[in-house]
Design a protein around this ligand. Structure first.
Ligand code: FMN
Ligand code: SF4
Length: 409
């Protein structure tokens, strides 16, 4: 399997904004030398600048950051409760390395953003939630004189740990299980207080928007999708790389598409697209999810890769909602059957039908994200599925490509 050592090549596509150059971690004095000291200004000015910047969340849904900040501040005014802010560094997506890399190389940028977001919404409590690197981050915090103390929360290693309501539950002292979306976490989250959950990369961008302004932020990316984004790139035979790239960059500048049959865009809740289509696409916040891009070479089987991922996703269901608990294992097992060459009667149709039955039926979006991957695999690998039905497989290399935690190789 591909080595998963992370390196950063931040200067290939644009001058790096987020990640410390040279792949070395920036301590506080290096950080301040690079970006200048943090000054807070008044919350209204910051909110206006964030609105003008067009910054959107980098945790998967690309939700406008300004709208979330305002919603939390409004909920606080209505309820009279000071909000809680949680920096989401869970990075439960196994194929993503960008948040861990950012926290390792530029922890102070995230911590600046966390303080700014807390100030903007008038928070009384701040947390930084991570699966790994908690002691390192506690040392980074000890170098700072922040107005609001930050507590580092160690999360269990699970795909769902970073889902906003699961995170709010865990910070409240409960099991990290997703809750129904209504009322949303921004109104009723940690210990029922309005809660701002913001991905760590979003906070790092916020720290730069506050320092350099909206026009500077918009000088990268496109008018509708301004700024840059961190991506984790998987190319067989190469180290996994984290890069910073502007929205709008053609995907073929990021991934070699020659000899590639398909590209996974957005991670395990994302979509497979044929390589020919990927060659026409650009980096788009609408489908980038957690920023994962993986090139599947023509000599590997996309159906088998999808089956491995689906098995993992089914095991990650929090088991609270019937359609998710029963439907995902059934879909995963049927996909495993499809991955094994041989006549398969109606299995493809069954998978498509069961996907319709679980979609939109969970407390969280785990089934929806899983179904998105399933549907894209049925379409993108339709020819390979036909070949399997004839008892053959075009792949000549069965080495797994995508990382699955704790999977025996
Ligand atoms: C199943 C699931 C898992 C998620 N895992 C993460 C995660 O590991 N990290 C993250 O930042 N957001 C994750 N999210 C998205 C969060 O719920 C939330 O939208 C995000 O942290 C908000 O931050 P942003 O607006 O800055 O993107 C997940 C969502 C779902 C449905
Ligand atoms: S939809 Fe699935 S993962 Fe989400 S809360 Fe329900 S059972 Fe858990």
């Amino acid at each position: 399997m591909t080595t998963t050592t992370t390196t950063t090549f931040t200067d290939v596509y644009m001058s790096p904004r987020l990640l410390a150059p040279g792949g070395t971690a920036a301590d506080l004095s290096t950080h301040e030398l690079r970006y200048g000291p943090l000054s807070y200004g008044d919350p209204d000015t910051l909110l206006r600048t964030v609105a003008e910047s067009g910054l959107t969340g980098r945790g998967g849904a690309a939700f406008p950051t300004y709208r979330k900040l305002v919603a939390v501040a409004d909920a606080s005014r209505r309820t009279g409760r000071a909000p809680v802010v949680v920096a989401n560094g869970a990075e439960g997506e196994p194929a993503s390395r960008k948040d861990k890399t950012l926290l390792r190389l530029s922890p102070h940028l995230v911590l600046d953003g966390l303080q700014l977001a807390a100030r903007a919404v008038g928070a009384g409590e701040a947390h930084l939630a991570v699966e790994d690197g908690a002691s390192y981050l506690e040392s980074a915090l000890a170098q700072r004189k922040d107005p609001l103390p930050v507590q580092v929360i160690r999360l269990p290693k699970r795909f769902l740990s970073g889902q906003a309501s699961a995170l709010a539950q865990y910070v409240s002292g409960n099991a990290p299980l997703p809750r129904h979306q209504h009322p949303p976490v921004r109104e009723r989250g940690v210990r029922k207080a309005p809660t701002l959950v913001q991905n760590v990369e979003t906070l790092a961008h916020l720290a730069l928007v506050a320092r350099y302004g909206a026009d500077w932020f918009r000088s990268a990316g496109t008018p509708t999708q301004p700024g840059s984004t961190l991506c984790t790139l998987h190319v067989p035979g190469r180290e996994v790389r984290v890069v910073e790239a502007p929205f709008g960059l053609p995907l073929n500048r990021l991934l070699p598409l020659e000899g590639t049959s398909a590209v996974l865009v957005g991670g395990y809740h994302g979509t497979w697209i044929p390589a020919a289509e990927a060659a026409q696409r650009t980096l788009d916040a609408g489908d980038l999810g957690a920023g994962v891009l993986a090139a599947l070479p023509a000599y590997r089987c996309g159906v088998a890769e999808t089956a491995r991922v689906l098995r993992y996703l089914a095991l990650q269901s929090a088991g609270q909602c019937g359609p998710c608990l029963n439907g995902l294992p059934r879909i995963a097992s049927a996909f495993q059957t499809l991955a094994t060459p041989g006549p398969r009667a109606n299995t493809r149709q069954d998978v498509a039908r069961w996907s319709g039955l679980v979609e939109g039926r969970g407390a969280c979006h785990h089934p929806d994200g899983t179904v998105r991957l399933v549907r894209s695999a049925l379409t993108t690998f339709a020819a390979e599925l036909d070949t399997h039905a004839r008892g053959l497989c075009t792949a000549s290399d069965a080495t797994p490509l995508l990382p699955i935690p704790n999977e025996a190789h």
